[in-house]
Design a protein around this ligand. Structure first.
Ligand code: UDP
Ligand code: MG
Length: 309
């Protein structure tokens, strides 16, 4: 019988959740021919042991890929997709915030609606999400949609299911700086959005603290927009013109009045301001340069330590 569904679960330090989510998937997907591909993203807790236990108990459904270190959730998704062979592929977090019962709704929808290529779940109620994630998330979507030509759907998550054409498109983007929110928007396809209620994490802590989320947002913006570079050039032009006018003014004044030394403070603050702006612009350029430096190395997206498939 053809494999209907491949479920990919990226897991980084999720020892307390593995058993729980596996039970829930078994219960919900009784009538479907599926496989679950756990990608252990360099966990340092007992995730590997928990996954080993699952694999030994249920080799028919469970596959495990273990990375040599932490490569990030997006790399884990890539590895899972490469391994998957179901008619549909789904991505779901390991922590039970995304209830596996929705996999059935997505599956049924794709079975009935041939014109759609994927179903993406969007967050309905945000009661179990921290204040900073709500504010940060809203701000992130505002900024990225302002700056990028790719459209980013607010509240969309990685929780989704798609056909093989979408899977192949995702796999064809081989960049190391993987920003899945961008990738799934950039590739296009006909997407049905469905809402879901986010639960609280079953066990453990979020891996995306303030710093990691902030870095992730900056990465996303610089991956999908060149407007920061344009802003840097624009600010440079404005300040060059202002500096030139100021210089002419100072020369004329020094000829007329004969002494410009009392303008010393203005001069110093202007130099500091322009110097600061220059450094910011160099920083922005540096960010893009570093990213292309990483891409030109063409390193693999992830490294596998062990594969149980
Ligand atoms: N994750 C991962 N690698 C990482 C960070 C997270 O595989 O470097 C996995 C994590 O185990 C979980 C999912 O990505 O299954 C979402 O992470 P988390 O729940 O911490 O994020 P949040 O739901 O708080 O945004
Ligand atoms: Mg979570």
């Amino acid at each position: 019988m053809q494999l209907q569904l491949s479920i990919i679960i990226p897991a980084y330090n999720e020892e307390g959740n593995i058993k729980r989510i596996n039970e829930s998937i078994n219960k919900n997907l009784k009538n479907i021919n599926y496989e679950v591909i756990y990608v252990n993203d360099g966990s340092v807790d007992k995730t590997e042991i928990e996954l080993n236990k699952l694999y030994k108990l249920d080799k028919k459904h469970v596959k495990v890929i273990t990375f040599s270190r932490n490569f990030g959730k997006d790399a884990a998704i890539y590895a899972g997709l490469e391994q998957s062979c179901g008619k549909y592929s789904a991505i779901i977090d390991a922590d039970m915030q995304q209830d596996p019962k929705y996999l059935i709704s997505m599956y049924n929808f794709l079975e009935k609606n041939n014109e759609y290529d994927q179903v993406a779940m969007t967050i309905k109620r945000r009661k179990n999400i921290s204040f900073f994630k709500i504010i940060g998330g809203t701000l992130f979507y505002k900024v990225i949609n302002l700056l990028s030509k790719t459209e980013f759907k607010q509240n969309a998550s990685d929780f989704r299911m798609f056909r093989q054409n979408v899977k192949e498109a995702i796999l064809s983007l081989k960049e190391v700086n993987r920003f899945s929110k961008g990738i799934t928007s950039w590739i296009g396809f006909n997407t049905k959005y469905m809402e879901y209620d986010v639960h609280s994490r079953y066990s453990g802590k979020t891996k995306f603290n303030f710093k990691k989320s902030f870095d992730y947002a900056i990465d996303g913006i610089t991956d999908y927009s060149d407007i920061p570079l344009k802003i840097a050039s624009f600010v440079g032009i404005v300040f060059s013109i202002a500096g030139f006018i100021f210089l002419i003014y100072a020369i004329i004044k020094s000829i007329i009045i004969g002494n410009i030394y009392n303008k010393f403070m203005i001069l110093i603050s202007t130099v500091l301001l322009i110097g600061g702006i220059q450094l910011i612009c160099i920083g922005i350029i540096g960010k893009y340069l570093y990213k292309s430096f990483i891409e030109t190395k063409k390193r693999p997206i992830y490294i596998v330590k062990k594969k149980q498939v």
